[in-house]
Ligand binder design. Structure first.
Ligand SMILES: [Zn+2]
Ligand SMILES: [Zn+2]
Ligand SMILES: [Zn+2]
Length: 760
């Protein structure tokens, strides 16, 4: 039994939606309730997981004809034991919270008009209506009126004006409403910004650019995208080379669901996601032997795929009829570009042509990324379609600002019981990223009119976000990184009281100033005890180890074998050593670092254990992006393998999970030539078992799996099922990412708890 909580926004009020939900739930024998509120329709339904899945799918498939869902978010929670299904009284009281809608994928009616030669918006790439179209990316201030959007400079033609003023029309008060006569239009530019074509001609010529294997920069909804023929190896390689993005998987956009089905396997929940108003990128298991260029996602069994979500994308993809790479228009991992002038400057050397338009983008919004695991949606990047919808908490918080961490940065503000988590900003590694970060903060504070009572930040003294917080002028509240992970997971799962948080990631600043990352924290937003962690080891060269799993492997094995680890080259399998080992000079330097303990910080990171395994097994000794080695270890694992290595828990306080027996076995099996898929599976199985062991030892019933390591589907599913099978209650992230993208949410609830204590 589980409880499904659904929040639906859109044209769902006054169209018979509640009676429909009531009939459906009653017919399916589910217990719970449905109610209207100024924020949308809320549903809670309890029943077996399979029934809830079906209920969710039928909600969308069988909804009343006049209704349209602009946003549907759900989570699976603890059941409360409802009896019967009821329509609850509307909740009109209380402060009407400010809800700014995210950008909404093109609705079926607009899509039909777009392709209807008889319609006055035939092939008009900016068509939208009250139900669909840009919102968050064009809003400049509240209230949401045309004059407060980037559409204000477009004066409506008489036809549009009539629709806008007619309560019977689908475009009644549709703020971004426009048509070919009065609205934005397209231009095609060369890489120097010289105009080559306009309007429909520009679109057709842009399609030719892609067909010829060249790279197109497209000004999309929330920023620029770089497009190339997804089947053209040479084009994709050129894109990678120019963008300086070596191997990180690239997302693809497919013309339609039918085409996509030829390339990947799609479950019904995945199909729901792909076709939803949010239309995120969904990670899907690929079919063998497709014509997708190998360079799109090298050695990766998944493809990140999405469907067209604006009229412009629909038209372009129809013109092409094949999948295109659609990756963020930026250099490296900088924030996505939104302005055509800046785009010419920054990515003029990447794109051969620019398909642009004159509707300004107010703020950057990247494509969101989601995956289905354990039969439920997990967001890996929360942006377009989701941001800035609030995470609604059980209680009201003081007005606060949280500035997140360092990688995959997001920020958050609280207002009443809402926490508004910003769109994905990116890694705060460059001046541009830091600028975007500050802009997003100013933006959220002014849009929501929040005057923060305090600002919550990470404990890492050198993070730019920390420095920002300390200089902001607001009282600063320091929050430990892994505590924030735990609190974020509890907040979105509506959990109160002590929970065992398995907070595993790459690294976060710990209380003892070492790099934590394989922590077991027992607690809640109010506080925690570190009840267990992995055995610490040194990372020779510190930061450099993140990109070089062989350094991590060396550090870990040095802990076991001392200088032998280096002398005997244990950190790589013998056949790899010649090509991928360290140069003599580097080896000497690393040896000294480890021996003297200089420039080799101590870590308990779980993420780094994956890196060490990757190097020792010869899977990856140097990475081109963060997390690559860990991904490859996951992809290698044979899911049918059930055995594991010994787990050793040292009975100290806190408990220490010793990886030594596991790595000794891995070294032995490497010697014996045991196939990699078996070793990788056993490695995962051991970690899952370790989680269960600690839960047992600590006596915690509820276990939250959180941190970037739980982007790993194999580990998450294995650990979840092991825990559940043994009678524990595991929790995972659903609406906010397990990675550092949800640190700001955790920081805000912790800061609120701390202020409570002060006031008490
Ligand atoms: Zn529409
Ligand atoms: Zn018009
Ligand atoms: Zn983290």
């Amino acid at each position: 039994m589980q409880r499904l909580r659904v929040t639906i926004r859109g044209a769902v009020q006054g169209v018979g939606f509640r009676p429909f939900v009531y009939r459906l739930a009653t017919e399916m024998g589910l217990d719970g309730w449905v109610k209207n509120s100024p924020q949308g329709v809320f549903i809670e339904a309890e029943g077996p997981k399979e029934a809830l899945d079906t209920f969710l799918l039928r909600l969308e498939r069988e909804k009343p004809g006049l209704s349209f869902i602009q946003s549907l978010e759900y989570s699976l929670l603890e059941p409360l034991g409802y009896e019967g299904f009821h329509i609850r009284r509307s909740d009109a009281s209380g402060e009407r919270a400010t809800v700014i809608l995210p950008d909404i994928a093109t609705c079926p009616q607009c899509r039909a008009e777009l392709l209807d030669p008889g319609d006055r918006r035939f092939r008009y790439p900016f068509t939208n209506c009250t139900l669909c179209g840009p919102r968050f990316s064009i809003i400049q201030a509240l209230p949401y009126d045309r004059a407060n959007t980037t559409m204000k400079s477009f004066v409506m033609c008489p036809d549009c004006r009539r629709e806008y003023g007619d309560p019977a029309d689908r475009r009644f008060h549709a703020q971004p409403d426009a048509c070919g006569v009065c609205g934005p239009h397209l231009s095609l530019w060369d890489a120097r910004g010289e105009a080559l074509a306009a309007s429909d001609n520009a679109l057709k010529r842009a399609a030719t650019v892609i067909k010829r294997g060249r790279i197109l920069a497209l000004k999309g909804l929330g920023g620029f995208q770089l497009l190339a023929d997804g089947r053209n190896e040479e084009a994709v390689l050129r894109l990678r080379e120019r963008k300086r993005r070596e191997e990180k998987p690239l997302a693809l956009m497919f013309p339609d669901l039918e085409t996509l089905e030829c390339y990947v396997h799609i479950s019904s929940l995945e199909e729901r996601l792909l076709l939803s108003a949010e239309s995120p990128i969904v990670l899907l298991r690929r079919r063998p032997d497709s014509d997708i260029a190998a360079a799109v996602a090298p050695e990766n069994p998944y493809l990140g795929a999405m469907l067209p979500y604006t009229p412009l994308h629909h038209l372009l993809l129809r013109e092409l009829g094949f999948p295109v790479v659609a990756t963020s228009g930026n250099l490296h991992d900088e924030p996505i570009l939104t302005d055509e002038g800046e785009a010419l400057e920054v990515i003029g050397g990447i794109a051969d042509c620019f398909l642009v338009h004159n509707r300004p983008i107010e703020r950057h919004v990247d494509d969101s990324v989601a995956r289905v695991q354990l039969g439920r949606e997990t967001l890996l990047r929360r942006a377009r379609g989701y941001a800035p919808l609030p995470i609604v908490l059980k209680r009201s918080l003081p007005p606060l600002l949280a500035v997140g961490g360092h990688l995959k940065s997001t920020v958050a503000v609280s207002k009443g019981s809402d926490v508004i988590l910003s769109q994905h900003i990116g890694d705060l590694e460059t001046a541009k990223a830091f600028f975007a970060f500050r802009k997003v903060i100013d933006d959220l504070l002014s849009l929501y009119e929040v005057q923060p009572a305090a600002v919550a930040h990470d404990a890492h003294p050198d993070y730019l976000s920390t420095l920002y917080a300390k200089e902001s002028g607001y009282p600063a509240i320091e929050v430990y990184h892994h505590h924030a992970h735990l609190a974020a997971c509890l907040a979105e799962n509506d959990l109160e009281g002590e929970v065992l948080g398995v907070t595993w990631d790459g690294a976060g600043y710990g209380e003892d100033k070492t790099l934590w990352g394989g922590e077991f924290l027992l607690g809640d937003a109010g506080g925690y005890t570190r009840v267990a962690h992995f055995r610490p080891f040194r990372l020779p060269g510190g930061e450099a180890a993140i990109k070089e799993p062989r350094r991590t492997a060396l550090g870990l094995l040095y802990e076991l074998f001392g200088p032998d680890a280096l002398a005997k080259g244990l950190y790589l399998p013998p056949d790899k050593l010649a090509a991928e080992g360290f140069s003599e000079a580097t080896a000497r330097l690393l040896g000294q670092m480890l021996e003297k303990g200089v420039n080799s910080p101590v870590t308990t990171s779980a993420g780094r254990l994956f890196d060490a395994a990757a190097a020792i097994l010869g899977i990856r000794s140097v990475c081109s992006f963060e997390g690559q080695a860990a991904m490859m270890v996951e992809f290698q694992a044979d899911e049918s393998e059930e055995t594991r290595y010994p787990v050793h828990l040292r009975e100290t306080e806190p408990l220490v999970l010793d990886w030594e027996p596991m790595f000794r076995e891995i070294l032995r099996e490497r010697e014996q030539g045991v196939p990699l898929p078996l070793i990788c599976a056993r490695f995962h199985n051991t970690l899952a078992e370790a989680i269960l062991e600690v839960a047992r030892k600590v006596g915690a019933q509820r276990v939250a799996l959180t941190g970037g390591v739980f982007q790993n589907r194999y580990l998450t599913e294995r650990a979840f099922r092991r825990l559940e099978g043994a009678g524990y209650k595991p929790y995972i992230h659903q609406r906010v990412p397990p990675n550092d993208g949800s640190i700001a949410l955790g920081q805000i609830v912790i800061a609120a708890a701390r202020l409570d204590k002060l006031c008490a």
